[in-house]
Design a binder for this molecule. Structure first.
Ligand SMILES: Nc1ncnc2c1ncn2[C@@H]1O[C@H](COP(=O)(O)OP(=O)(O)OP(=O)(O)O)[C@@H](O)[C@H]1O
Ligand SMILES: [Mg+2]
Length: 238
């Protein structure tokens, strides 16, 4: 019933001579959310950058909907439905909210743009009130909403989120968590979520993987995250 949409097998990634990921295996099924946890420098962003085509694997295989994408260009991967929301957000600060959103739909047919705009405003009504405001002048939380909204304009079926809660107040973190849950429930979106905020991860994901120094050192169902967070941190992060 729930097909595998993304399958990572025995993946190695290097920066020159330095290994960053080793023998990573991970699968993501349709409509599922998987958390990727681990200390700073563990390789989480490296894994997302490899999935979205910005880094080349040195060994192993990545299949998106059953097709090998290990050598595919980033724009090809976006067209096939996988979208990576980077840790930096990458907004065009001088452009308005509406122009940033329009840029997000460049890879799609123009006639779908207005429908997608309504979809973004449905999730983030606050963006509708601010369509003419320059992106750089939005608050941090609003900028994160705009970055997610722009990603949605590309009609992804799989989204990779890299620490979406970074620097946000609890209220915004909660809104973004609720929005990720709605994307799964209403649209069957599959999600890979990199997070340091365990509460947010536990709200959104079904399963998690923990990376340490480029290796997956643990994985399990979300119920495991309800264990003592300090114990988890001692066990896997130090
Ligand atoms: N362009 C690069 N060249 C060389 N080494 C890099 C490069 N990018 C990342 N690294 C190294 O690869 C390792 C993994 O980095 P990565 O950014 O994937 O970690 P992360 O788990 O996302 O960390 P954080 O939680 O701090 O965002 C780190 O040791 C980092 O210094
Ligand atoms: Mg990172």
């Amino acid at each position: 019933m729930h097909d595998t949409v993304l399958k990572i097998s025995d993946l190695d990634v290097r920066y020159g001579a330095i290994p960053a990921l080793h023998a990573v295996d991970m699968t993501l099924r349709e409509g599922e959310a998987v958390g990727l946890l681990g200390a700073n420098g563990a390789g989480k962003t490296t894994l997302l950058n490899t999935l979205s085509g910005f880094l080349r694997p040195s060994a192993g295989r990545i299949e998106l909907f059953g097709k090998d994408i290990g050598r595919a260009a980033p724009h090809t991967i976006v067209r096939r439905g996988l979208l990576h929301l980077s840790q930096e957000r990458d907004l065009f600060g001088e452009l308005t909210v509406i122009d940033n959103l329009r840029i997000g739909s460049i890879s799609r047919a123009p006639k779908t743009a207005s429908r997608n705009l309504e979809r973004v405003f449905h999730y983030f009504p606050r963006l509708r009130e601010r369509v003419s405001q320059a992106a750089a002048t939005l608050s941090g939380g609003e900028q994160q909403m705009l970055a997610i909204g722009r990603a949605l304009m590309a009609e992804p079926t799989i989204m990779l989120f890299d620490e979406p809660s970074a620097g946000l107040s609890p209220l915004f973190v909660h809104e973004i968590g609720a929005m990720m849950c709605a994307l799964r429930k209403d649209e069957g979106m599959s999600i890979v979520l990199v997070e340091q905020n365990m509460k947010l991860a536990a709200q959104v994901v079904d399963r998690f993987h923990i990376l340490r120094a480029g290796h997956v050192v643990a994985e399990g169902p979300v119920s495991e995250l309800e264990k003592d967070h300090e114990e988890l941190a001692r066990e896997y992060y130090l």
